[in-house]
Design a protein around this ligand. Structure first.
Ligand code: GDP
Length: 326
């Protein structure tokens, strides 16, 4: 059993080796490590929660890592400490995470005030999200005051990341003449700002056109907050243009929502949802491992598949068997 108090103290003082050890505990599948990780998180709870949490998403090639590098370097120069985490549910299938890869953020990876951690390689999105969320708390306890969680622009992972951050930034490209290409309404609804990247040189007029289209579309959506109109912005991550404006937008957002009380309320709701997700995940795990359930399951599942047992009848019998076995 690792020495939790010692690791916690190391994390608190910003010791990178202690932080890495703590994250390893969190990512471990060993049940003893999981219990140790929970104790560690309890121990560090009071030190977490102080960072601004920013989610960044967009399709591969849109410029996420280039933007994170530009934004991160600027923030470090302004005295911040920044942690970059990633949520990539495909990392196990693809045999390695593309997101949060240090080679993609060359300058940042050499900075002592930047901590870059690739996506944990757990099969399910839920598993990856859980570990990333807990790693975020550890990074906060270690004194990183800005956390960036990167994800790819494919459906559910964006919703998941949006549910763990304060501010969700959606990166887009401008394609002349196209309508709002590839942008799903659901994703637009979770964005706190839309950012058109590669808005430089001869591409700038196209980017401005796209920006206006997004802005118009955003005005048609029901606002999430009466105090925040989601803006459509432009930048050139590669040429370091518009980067400071993005940060001003983020701080303006957090200050506005802190004043109205929405910031704390959002965090409270996120924590409640998170608790329920864990309860449901863990219950499902307990349930499927239960011997009484395991004994009944093949027959009932087959019956449901063949149409000889109703799903509700099967569910009721499984739950009854589980409860009897408690
Ligand atoms: P990611 O897959 O979303 O992380 O995208 P990358 O940051 O790796 O960028 C993909 C490609 O777009 C790289 O070749 C970058 O150099 C390029 N790129 C990123 N930002 C800009 C930009 O603002 N302008 C231009 N012209 N190219 C960019």
């Amino acid at each position: 059993m690792p020495k939790i108090k010692q690791i916690a103290e190391g994390v608190r003082t910003g010791n990178i080796r202690a932080l890495a050890k703590a994250i390893t505990l969190i990512e471990s599948r060993n049940p003893e490590h999981s219990r140790a990780a929970t104790t560690l998180l309890d121990e560090l709870l009071a030190d977490s929660g102080k960072a601004i949490r920013v989610g960044i998403s967009g399709v591969p090639g849109v410029g996420k890592s280039t933007l994170i590098e530009a934004l991160g370097m600027m923030l470090i120069a302004q005295g911040h400490r920044i942690a970059i985490l990633a949520v990539d549910p495909s990392s196990q299938i693809s045999g390695g995470s593309i997101l949060g890869d240090k080679t993609r953020m060359e300058l940042l990876s050499r900075e002592k005030n930047a901590f870059i951690r690739p996506s944990p390689s757990s099969g399910t999105l839920g598993g990856v999200a859980r570990k990333t969320r807990e790693t975020m708390l550890l990074c906060e306890a270690a004194g990183y005051d800005i956390i960036i969680v990167e994800t790819v622009g494919v459906g559910q992972s964006e919703i998941t990341v949006a549910s763990m951050v304060d501010f969700f930034l959606l990166l887009q490209l401008s394609n002349a003449g196209d309508e709002l290409q590839g942008i799903k309404k659901g994703v637009m609804e979770i964005a706190d700002a839309i950012l058109i990247n590669k808005a430089e040189g001869e591409n700038r007029p196209r980017a401005e056109l796209a920006r206006q289209q997004y802005e118009n579309a955003l005005h048609l959506l029901k606002p999430k907050s009466k105090n925040w109109q989601v803006p459509a912005l432009m930048c050139s991550a590669l040429h370091n243009q518009g980067i400071q404006e993005i940060w001003w937008t983020i701080t303006n957002f957090t200050e506005t929502l802190k004043q109205s009380g929405e910031f704390d309320e959002k965090r409270r709701l996120q924590a409640h949802d998170w608790m329920w997700t864990l309860v449901i995940d863990d219950l499902k795990d307990l349930f499927t491992r239960d011997t009484a359930v395991a004994a009944l399951l093949p027959r009932l599942q087959a019956g449901v598949g063949q149409g000889t047992t109703t799903p509700s009848g099967a569910a009721r019998r499984l739950i009854a068997a589980f409860r009897r076995n408690l």
